[in-house]
Design a binder for this molecule. Structure first.
Ligand code: ARG
Length: 594
């Protein structure tokens, strides 16, 4: 409908000029979708806004515009309502024609971006040797969805996993590794002087981290050796670097389990990648005159940032001990992404708690003139995941929830649901079928629950809610799709071959409502692309399922006469394709049966 609205806008502009002269070229006709379907599909409010300027009653202005307005191909004759609104109702023949257009388009009427560009989505980004927590899960799910939508629009998307793989914590991890396994066991030196993995199994890296931390906090000698390890790591010494790589490898494997389950693709480019560029970042900031020393630390002072006491809150780019930090790395990476990757839009997906960090380094980069006019930096924020008690999401015993456990739990609950349904209906299905349904439903439920809430707010994680068959949930959506596929199975219908001349004929209200909704996909996608709010797409799909169900309840499909039957089958097929595409953009697979 984007294209329709554009066309109507143009026609209104032409009529305005024809009625009142060239002075009105380019005036916005203020065309909006009608608030109440009773009054048609669109409403133009321009007559009211021109009343003063023209010294005329709005109704008279509206009448003059309508006299010159030629929209007969698209709309019924325009009506003037109230003080001077111009109401436009789309012609049935026009809607039918539009449905034909989207039906023959593999993209369902969603155009590719006119100016495709290089875009980076920086998402997931957990930290090595630490737990990947629900915040990272949100980032992974939301980031993947945004990347999918940009890809679908034809942009060249780089999905970057900015993992936290550098920092002083590696000193203690390496030291603990050596203490536990011994240098020899851990890594074996070959004749080339490089190191190979020894025969050890670090096992649970998060536990390992906790042990190391405990020693670090309590043992002076351990602390000292850890500091030495950091120095040696940073100086590029071979053994410590091999040990560091080994630790990263263990974490990487664990993260990959989650990514595989969620079917999310990422390119790892961790913080360590930018090490060679850090000193230059500080140097260039200094040259730009942005750096001030504050108690030995190098700081950039920015507008609008104060701490709790109301004092200016600087962005530290080099610590007193000379070390670089999270901000320095992000500054280096933003430059690299613009200069080397050629990114025009860089999207960072993290919890809102990091807003200050992002706003600060965006501003610092801006001030240093590193961000060209045509490059946009965006922080896509999200709220917390809460437990059903409204507090931060935890296990019953108060520990942080392991993502693998969380996803497994969703799958096993989905499995119970399907087993119950099968038992109730006396249905028999293979183990393979049950397993697949449970996996798709469980994982979709988690993803959908996250995406369907406005990301900027906190949301409550509830298995019961997300797995419910009714409401704005993944199972509800999956069912609507299954229903469409059930129709094709029942009628032995090949949706893809409904005949060359098959067309949609709209008569019933429920058909109109469904058809108009189907025609809105392009609008929704471009909205989501601009605002980066996936819940809008979820709302759209939820309403689609709802409208489809109402249509299906009130209109016979298989039992109706031709040509109505084929027309309705096309509506079913369009619904199915729209659901499948929309869910795919959310990272959700559909099921043919469930
Ligand atoms: N590793 C960080 C964390 O766990 C997230 C990194 C986000 N990306 C970035 N470029 N800062 O909080």
């Amino acid at each position: 409908m984007n294209a329709t609205q554009e066309q109507l806008k143009l026609k209104l502009q032409q009529a305005l000029v024809a009625a009142f002269g060239d002075e009105y070229i380019g005036v916005d006709p203020i065309l909006e979708p009608a608030k109440n379907p009773k009054f048609g599909d669109f409403q133009a409010n321009v007559a009211l806004s021109l009343s003063k300027k023209l010294g005329m009653q709005p109704r008279a202005i509206a009448t003059a515009i309508v006299e010159k307005l030629d929209v007969s191909e698209i709309c019924e004759s325009p009506e003037i309502a109230g003080p001077g609104f111009i109401n436009l109702k789309l012609k049935t023949s026009y809607l039918e024609q539009q449905l034909k257009v989207i039906n023959s388009d593999p993209r369902l009427g969603v155009p590719k971006a006119q100016n495709p560009q290089k875009e980076i989505v920086d998402f997931s980004s957990p930290n090595i040797a630490k737990e990947m927590h629900v915040g990272h899960l949100r980032s992974t799910i939301i980031g993947d969805c945004i990347a999918r939508i940009l890809e679908f629009r034809g942009h060249e998307v780089k999905r970057l996993n900015h993992v936290g793989d550098w920092g002083t914590q590696f000193g203690m991890l390496i030291t603990h590794l050596v203490d536990t396994y011994g240098r020899k066991m851990m890594l074996m030196e070959n004749s080339l002087g490089t190191y190979l993995d020894g025969d050890i199994n670090i096992g649970d890296l998060v536990e390992f981290y906790k042990e190391a931390k405990k020693k670090f906090d309590n043992d002076e000698d351990f602390r000292e050796r850890s500091r030495e390890a950091v120095v040696s790591l940073q100086s590029g010494e071979t053994f410590t670097n091999a040990a560091w790589k080994r630790l990263c490898e263990v974490s990487r494997k664990e993260f990959q389990v989650i990514y595989d389950l969620l079917n999310v693709k990422l390119e790892e480019r961790g913080e360590s990648f930018y090490n060679p560029y850090l000193s230059k970042v500080v140097e260039d900031l200094e040259t730009a005159g942005l750096v001030e020393e504050n108690q030995g630390a190098k700081c950039v002072f920015l507008e609008g940032f104060t701490n709790r006491e109301g004092d200016p809150l600087p962005l530290i780019v080099q610590k007193t001990d000379g070390g670089y930090n999270y901000a320095t790395t992000d500054l280096a990476s933003v430059r690299y992404r613009i200069q080397e990757d050629g990114a025009k839009r860089i999207i960072y997906v993290t919890d809102v708690g990091q807003a200050t960090h992002f706003n600060q380094f965006f501003q610092a980069a801006e001030k240093a003139n590193w961000i060209p006019e045509d490059v946009e930096l965006i922080h896509v924020t999200f709220g917390l995941v809460l437990g059903e008690d409204g507090k931060k999401f935890k296990t019953r015993s108060g520990d942080t929830v392991r993502l693998k456990d969380l996803l497994d739990e969703a799958i096993s609950r989905a499995r119970k649901d399907i087993e119950n349904r099968l038992a109730k209906d006396g249905r028999e299905e293979s183990e393979e079928f049950i397993k697949n349904v449970a996996e798709v439903v469980g994982l979709s439920a988690v993803k959908y629950a996250d995406l369907s809430h406005n990301r900027t707010k906190d949301y409550v994680f509830s298995y019961d809610q997300m797995l419910a068959l009714k409401g704005n949930t993944a199972p509800y959506m999956l069912y609507a799709y299954v229903r469409t596929q059930g129709i094709s199975r029942e009628g032995n219908i090949d949706f893809d071959n409904l005949g060359e001349n098959a067309k949609v004929l709209l008569t019933e209200n429920a058909e109109f409502t469904l058809a108009k909704h189907l025609l809105q996909l392009d609008e929704i996608i471009s909205e989501v692309e601009q605002e980066l709010l996936p819940h809008r797409l979820c709302d759209y799909l939820y309403n689609l399922s709802d409208k489809f169900n109402k249509f299906y309840e009130s209109c016979q499909v298989l039992k109706s006469e031709e040509p109505t039957r084929t027309s309705r089958l096309i509506l079913c097929h369009l619904t199915a394709r729209t659901l499948k595409l929309g869910l795919d953009l959310l990272g959700i697979k559909v099921l043919e049966r469930m």
